[in-house]
Ligand binder design. Structure first.
Ligand code: A3P
Length: 295
């Protein structure tokens, strides 16, 4: 398709960049009026931390718990299509929050926004929030490929140029580090749970059991294993044309821990370690991420 000129691809709102073709300042203004329901299932994570994977997993867990019939399942999917609901809370036209009121409970809502940029009702309601985190190096590499392959985002001319932008938070949805620093403030709230991409990769069934317990979903052993199989990287990649259209190949790229080693120079590796330590050293969130083990 037509290439959009880079300067009109992004806009800035409250100091953070967003893609201009799928959101707008008006949408982000309207977002303030978003009404959270106490049974909303909220999934939050910086871009490229594995949010599509988590979304699929949680949808499977929720629908298994709810025991929807096939007919009900279809109705739910059709309702979202009809209402033109966007896959992220902060994307779409300004009318989206009115339309979201018509979605049947339990709504599963995804966002890349950190807590200080979320509408106040999200944190004030009883709705539980599952926060997904991923080590900064793999997140950076994943976002690099995403940026350079997605038509709605400008391209970088080199990895080094991109790396500087990542470190300075000059990317859509802002700074990776700010996100974690902000979420860390909420780590002891009972309505918040943090889970990492790495622990899900290590033992997806165990990770899903924690998620189910957090949201109060009840499933049997067999269900967890069935869902783990259905949402494996291979399975999701194979179905990606169906689920994500032409963006499937961009979204389901490698799905591993440690791909950063092919991209980071020694100096970049050290710079990242320093920055992570500076921002998050000694925090509960850093401990939870087992950052040292994976990097
Ligand atoms: P890579 O680019 O490192 O492969 P998001 O969904 O938040 O945009 O995150 C995308 C990242 O999650 C990509 O990482 C993608 O491959 C990975 N991912 C998607 N589905 C996955 C799955 N089922 N298992 C593991 N990783 C997955």
């Amino acid at each position: 398709g037509e290439k959009i000129p880079p300067e009109s691809m992004l806009f800035s709102y409250r100091g953070v960049l967003y893609p201009a073709t799928i959101s707008s300042p008006e949408t982000l203004e309207a977002l303030k009026s978003f009404e959270t329901r106490s049974d909303d299932v909220i999934l939050a994570g910086y871009p490229k931390t594995g949010t599509n994977w988590l979304d699929q997993m949680v949808k499977e867990l929720e629908s298994t718990d709810a025991k929807y019939t096939e007919e009900e399942m279809k109705e739910r999917i059709n309702a979202e299509k009809k209402l033109e609901i966007f896959p992220r809370l902060e994307l779409g036209d300004p009318g989206i929050y009115e339309r979201m009121k018509k979605m049947p409970s339990r709504r599963i809502i995804l966002t890349h926004l950190p807590p200080h940029l979320l509408p106040s009702s999200v944190l004030q309601s009883k709705a539980k929030i599952l926060v997904l985190v991923r080590n900064p190096k793999d997140t950076a590499v994943s976002y690099y490929h995403f940026y350079n392959n997605m038509p709605v985002l400008p391209s970088f001319t080199s990895w080094d140029e991109y790396f500087a932008a990542f470190m300075n938070g000059k990317l859509t949805w802002g700074s990776y580090f700010d996100h974690l620093v902000e979420w860390n403030k909420y780590i002891d709230h009972e309505k918040i749970m943090v889970i990492s991409y790495e622990e899900l990769k290590e033992d997806q069934v165990l990770g899903m059991k924690k998620i189910a317990a957090f949201f109060g979903f009840s499933l049997c052993e067999e269900d967890f294993h069935r869902i783990a199989k259905k949402t494996s990287f291979q399975a999701m990649k194979e179905k990606s044309n169906e689920t994500h259209g032409k963006f499937g190949d961009i979204l389901f790229r490698k799905g591993v821990v440690g791909n950063w080693r092919q991209f980071f120079s020694k100096a970049q590796n050290e710079e990242m370690d320093r920055k992570f330590e500076e921002c998050l050293g000694g925090t509960k969130l850093a401990a939870k991420m087992k950052y040292d083990v994976y990097c």
